[in-house]
Design a protein around this ligand. Structure first.
Ligand SMILES: [Zn+2]
Length: 334
């Protein structure tokens, strides 16, 4: 008798404990979110190694910082602007929705070319080639249809939410283009993290097909792990991104725009390539201290003798320039 009462009390106690734990974790909807994610897919990164990214989401704006590479990306879904910054060189490249539309068209044109080539084959070769095309997600009609497969496979992920480590139960989702063997997206999503913004919609300013983006927009659960197949038509690359930490503090509105003194360049990758060439390329001697310096046309590092003179004097810094100009050497015409 006593034993039963004790058992009953114990199970009631357990019930109370479960209740209070779930109340501690009330599903209020987060507005501003800062995420820490491990990813190999940062745009503009020179390596494919994993890097820790800091992702800030505020309404229709997203900012991704890769501090190891001095790289920042901002996406504004309201203005349809995608910007990629080099914090080191204080330059940025800007893409709009139409820039990505052009890239999508380029990919589709590439696929049509593949279809045309298969059509030219003999019947015998055609069957095998068609099978391979279908496995790549390309259909003879040239159309791209995407669908989401919700699997029953689940997995626990460890995520720190506002400073507390939690086990988050995730379900595996696959988004596939046509009959492709490899899915365009493999997602591990959860209902346990009530973030209001579906940040998958930010992929709209990217190279994924319209059909895939439409599927991404429908997902209401929070994606803890994202694996995507980036396919430009000529290059295929698998990227991943796993959320490790979520902070739900308010984020100030500044910091999503172009910082002062940053200059726009047409092609950031091209700019960085040239910059590297300059830094490794020909060097000059400082006119004052004769130290070797890279050739860089910075206003404060060189001075002309007169407006009519072509000759430039290069300096390693403004101190050397000041010292040189205080002397008489540069004014004396030969
Ligand atoms: Zn010098």
């Amino acid at each position: 008798m006593t034993q039963t009462t004790y058992r009953g009390y114990k199970s009631r106690l357990a019930g109370v404990l479960v209740l209070s734990i779930s109340f501690l974790w009330t599903p209020t909807l987060f507005a501003d979110v800062t995420l820490l994610a491990e990813s190999n897919g940062f745009p503009g990164a020179s390596t494919s190694n994993d890097a820790m990214l800091r992702i800030a989401v505020k309404k229709s704006s997203m900012r991704i910082i890769n501090s190891a590479q001095f790289h920042v990306v901002t996406i504004d879904m309201e203005k349809n602007v995608f910007r990629e910054f080099s914090a080191y060189h204080k330059v940025y490249e800007q893409k709009t929705a139409s820039s990505f539309e052009k890239l999508r068209q380029k990919r589709e044109a590439q696929q049509r070319k593949q279809i045309d080539e298969v059509q030219k084959l003999s019947d015998k070769e055609k069957a095998q080639a068609l099978k391979e095309l279908r496995e790549d997600g390309i259909e003879l009609n040239g159309k791209i249809v995407a669908k989401t497969e919700r699997t029953t496979i689940t997995k626990d992920f460890r995520v720190r939410i506002d400073g507390v480590m939690r086990n988050v139960k995730c379900t595996r989702l696959l988004i596939r283009e046509n009959n492709a063997r490899l899915p365009a997206f493999e997602l591990w999503v959860t209902k346990d993290i009530p973030v209001k913004e579906n940040f998958l919609r930010f992929y709209e300013l990217g190279t994924f097909s319209k059909a895939v983006i439409a599927e991404l927009k429908k997902i209401t659960d929070f994606p803890v792990r994202i694996e995507a197949l980036v396919d430009t038509g000529s290059v295929k690359k698998r990227i991943h991104c796993e959320i490790k930490d979520i902070e739900t503090e308010a984020i100030p509105a500044w910091g999503f725009d172009v910082p002062k003194k940053f200059k726009k360049v047409a092609d950031l990758a091209e700019f960085l390539k040239n910059q590297e060439a300059i830094e490794q390329g020909p060097k000059l001697n400082c006119a004052d201290c004769s130290k070797l310096i890279p050739v860089r046309a910075k206003a404060d590092t060189w001075v002309k003798r007169s407006k009519s003179m072509r000759k430039k004097y290069w300096f390693c810094n403004s101190e050397c320039r000041k010292r040189f100009m205080a002397g008489t050497k540069w004014r004396t015409k030969k």
